[in-house]
Ligand binder design. Sequence first.
Ligand SMILES: C[S@@+](CC[C@H](N)C(=O)[O-])C[C@H]1O[C@@H](n2cnc3c(N)ncnc32)[C@H](O)[C@@H]1O
Length: 173
Amino acid sequence: MIKKASNWVKFCISKIPKNGKKNIAMDLACGLGRHSIFLSKNGYKVISADLDFAFLKSFHGKNILKVQADLEILLAWPFKNNIFDLVVATNFLNRRIFSNIENSIKKDGYLIYETFAEGQQKFGKPRNKKFLLKKNELLTLTKNLKLIFYEEIKVKSGKTKFVKSRILCKNVR
Ligand SMILES: C[S@@+](CC[C@H](N)C(=O)[O-])C[C@H]1O[C@@H](n2cnc3c(N)ncnc32)[C@H](O)[C@@H]1O
């Protein structure tokens, strides 16, 4: 699993206006916590959620609260509505949880989402279409939010290539 924060997450954070408050972010399916640590260093209070307790135990940072939960059980979503100023989700896809994610974001809060897209199977894992976004699919999954930035892109990291879809959007409802 990658340890450096993604360039997309860094770019989006640089575009989200700072409002002088201690904003609360959720790092969804946080893995080894690369974005939890990045967000904590950028002044957020962070909720790091993952199924895997060993991953959660592997990292530390200021103002990070860890939640071990299966985020794919729709009716056992562990978060209240309208509590996060920001949700970050990377390299994780379950299409059915988007309404739970949306409901957890406060009005004027943001969603940063980045994961693998069709075409990725030529370069490596994941190859299962269940985990690959189709063209424009991330736009459809986030249609209730206001689009700010979106791209479908081939990213190079060293010798490895990845095909990604990624979005920054805002809850304006
Ligand atoms: C490829 S890793 C991505 C980690 C992190 N978001 C990143 O980009 O570095 C996928 C993560 O999803 C977590 N995960 C898988 N199924 C999950 C579930 N049902 N609920 C919560 N987390 C889950 C895994 O434990 C793993 O940490």
